[in-house]
Design a protein around this ligand. Structure first.
Ligand SMILES: [Cu+2]
Length: 277
């Protein structure tokens, strides 16, 4: 009788864990990622789906095997001999280990390498919109080249938090028409976006969840990312490297607008506001 009760208890606990595990996967697969808005992002999503499904299946198979051996092993009175030779044990576990690694790593390479080359190694199209992003505690400085298409010179010794956050060289004519904003990036739809990322003080990480764009920014390095937005809208931009107490304030917006709205936005930024009477 006592044995029956303990079997019932064990079954209830096992069922509870199974419900938690499966429920977690079902819930997580719905809330994990926000709606996709970039071309290369489809490949990243495919890779995540592949990993979730294959490792999920391997996990389930592994646990079923474990349950089977516990079930049959518990009924055995005593273990009198090895059930398999040492060689067979090595061979079986080695084969399973290599097969699992091939499924997981091989799949990641097969799906991931084309995405990697599209995202990091692609030559930007001639009409790509280039935007410079300079991270600092705790905001994003954003710069556009302006009508002349040339970024003005900058240097770190010219940086002044209030009057010159990006360290612009005011004597450089190329920089006169540069447009500077904070915590907001606007780009037109239908064109590739090329982001040149820099950091002023410490490691930040530029994150556009809808675009599957995430790039660490280490001071002294200028990583670039190229991606192609696939829909218009206003999307969240965040820092995803805990960079200090006010890290949470590094939240901004990445707006993809129609080409006409973008031209108007550029003109609005370039013309100084009318003087007040
Ligand atoms: Cu940060």
């Amino acid at each position: 009788m006592a044995k029956q009760t303990s079997v019932i208890h064990a079954s209830i606990v096992a069922a509870l864990f199974a419900v938690l595990g499966i429920g977690g996967v079902v819930y997580g697969s719905r809330v994990a990622l926000p709606g996709l808005a970039s071309r290369h992002g489809a490949g990243i999503d495919a890779m995540l789906d592949y990993l979730l499904i294959t490792t999920g299946v391997l996990f389930a198979v592994g646990y079923c095997a474990l349950a089977y051996f516990i079930w049959t092993g518990a009924r055995r009175g005593r273990i009198g001999q090895r059930l398999a030779s040492r060689r067979t044990e090595l061979w079986v576990s080695g084969t399973i280990g290599i097969a699992v690694a091939l499924v997981a790593e091989g799949g990641v390479l097969a799906i991931g390498m084309p995405v990697w080359s599209e995202y990091f190694d692609a030559t930007p199209p001639a009409d790509a919109v280039t935007v410079e992003v300079l991270a600092q505690q705790f905001l994003w400085n954003v710069r556009y080249a302006g009508p002349d298409g040339q970024f003005g010179r900058t240097s770190s010794d010219r940086i002044d938090d209030v009057s010159n956050p990006m360290g612009m060289d005011r004597t450089d004519p190329a920089g006169r028409d540069d447009i500077i904003t904070q915590n907001a990036i606007t780009v037109p739809s239908g064109r590739a976006v090329r982001l040149r990322l820099r950091s002023r003080d410490m490691i930040h990480s530029f994150f556009l969840p809808h675009f599957r764009v995430k790039q660490d920014i280490v001071p002294g390095m200028t990583p670039e990312v190229i991606f192609f937005p696939t829909r218009e809208g206003s999307f969240e931009m965040a820092c995803t490297e805990l960079c200090g107490l006010a890290h949470y304030r590094m939240r901004g917006f990445f707006d993809v607008v129609s080409p006409e709205a973008y031209e108007k936005w550029l003109t609005d930024q370039s013309t100084p506001p009318p003087a007040r009477r």
